[in-house]
Design a binder for this molecule. Structure first.
Ligand code: TXA
Ligand code: MG
Length: 304
């Protein structure tokens, strides 16, 4: 049976209330949602993705929900929430007693996010309940940025895909840890290090490679093709020609604007696999805006 793709938010709400698992659009990537407090439904999310049970999930809340029911937000966390929610920011804080072990993999912290995609907001407000929503891809594949990507990847293992069009940001939310005196960015995204420092007035520790965010493996961001990152377009063309001349099949990935780069990155990687490319030759996105987030995904993919 083909996956049911719909734009009917009420159908998605009903399906979730009954313990179903529904792929939902967010401004970053599509998520595979289930009621956070429904152990069976959350279990189905892990199974559908083929994801290890100890990889913690992000709790997604409506703009009107009270995050303090779920986590203990310090001043930095509150400032970040006020500035960037709803939006592509996940805040990692100590959890409350409400948060079940099946969400955090038994950790003492919980990741919270209030998405801004209008469809996600409508869904969460009508539902009036929190959702877990890991990226809606099978474990080890790149994240989906369209409803079609989700249906192609997860097929009929899920109950419904709620179609909200292509994702605007294109890479996963920034994860900021606010659990002790310092702030740490565990995963770069559309909310930049500068943004975090400006709002909190606190200097942010250098990226640690995500050691404390289990599940941030290189393979999560990698296509089947090998990935090489080069400095500029000329170098990329030379390298692609060299690969083709040796009997390989190169696909060039480059976008001038870092936001465009992020928006198209995962679709480009899927396209590379679909056309049987052996190597993705990607131009470094630079340091502005979403550049570091795109570079992070590219370098993880290249390091695989
Ligand atoms: O943009 C996003 O955040 C998307 C959309 C769908 O909201 N979701 C997403 O979820 O990227 P997921 O599960 O694919 O990635 C969540 C990351 C994982 O690397 C996980 O290890 C980390 O967040 N994480 C979640 N809870 C954590 C916790 N308590 N401690 C450390 N890391 C945590
Ligand atoms: Mg993911």
């Amino acid at each position: 049976m083909a996956t049911h793709i719909t734009r009917d938010v009420d159908l998605a709400v009903e399906t979730l209330r009954k313990g179903g698992i529904v792929a939902i659009p967010t401004e970053t990537v599509y998520g595979l949602a289930a009621l956070a407090l429904d152990e069976t439904a959350v279990g189905r999310v892990f199974s559908a993705k083929g994801r290890p049970r100890d990889h913690p999930l992000i709790v997604h809340l409506a703009p009107s929900a009270d995050p303090s029911l779920w986590g203990v937000l310090d001043d930095n966390a509150l400032s970040l929430a006020a500035a960037f929610w709803p939006g592509p920011l996940t805040i990692l804080v100590p959890r409350t007693a409400l948060v079940p072990d099946w969400v955090t993999g038994g950790r003492s912290t919980v990741a919270l996010r209030v998405p801004s995609h209008p469809t996600a907001v409508t869904l969460l407000e009508r539902l009036g309940d929190a959702l877990v929503a890991p990226s809606a891809n099978t474990f080890g594949r790149v994240s989906p940025t369209t409803a079609r990507h989700v249906a192609d990847d997860l097929g009929d293992t899920i109950d419904l895909v709620l179609d909200g069009g292509p994702c605007d940001v294109g890479v996963e939310s920034t994860i900021v840890e606010c659990t002790h005196d310092g702030l740490q960015i565990l995963r770069p995204g559309a909310v930049t290090r500068d943004d975090v420092e400006r709002v909190t007035g606190v200097e942010v520790g250098a990226l640690t490679g995500g050691a404390r965010a289990p599940g941030m493996l290189a393979s999560h961001y990698a296509p089947r093709a090998a990935v090489e990152v080069v400095d500029n377009l000329t170098a990329a063309r030379d390298r692609a020609n060299e690969i083709d001349a040796r009997g390989g099949k190169a696909r060039l990935v480059a976008h001038d604007d870092p936001s465009d780069y992020a928006r198209h990155l995962y679709a480009d990687m899927r396209a590379a696999d679909d056309e049987g490319a052996t190597v993705v030759v990607a131009v470094d996105p630079g340091d502005e805006g979403l550049g570091p987030a795109v570079r992070d995904r590219l370098l993880r993919a290249a390091a695989r």
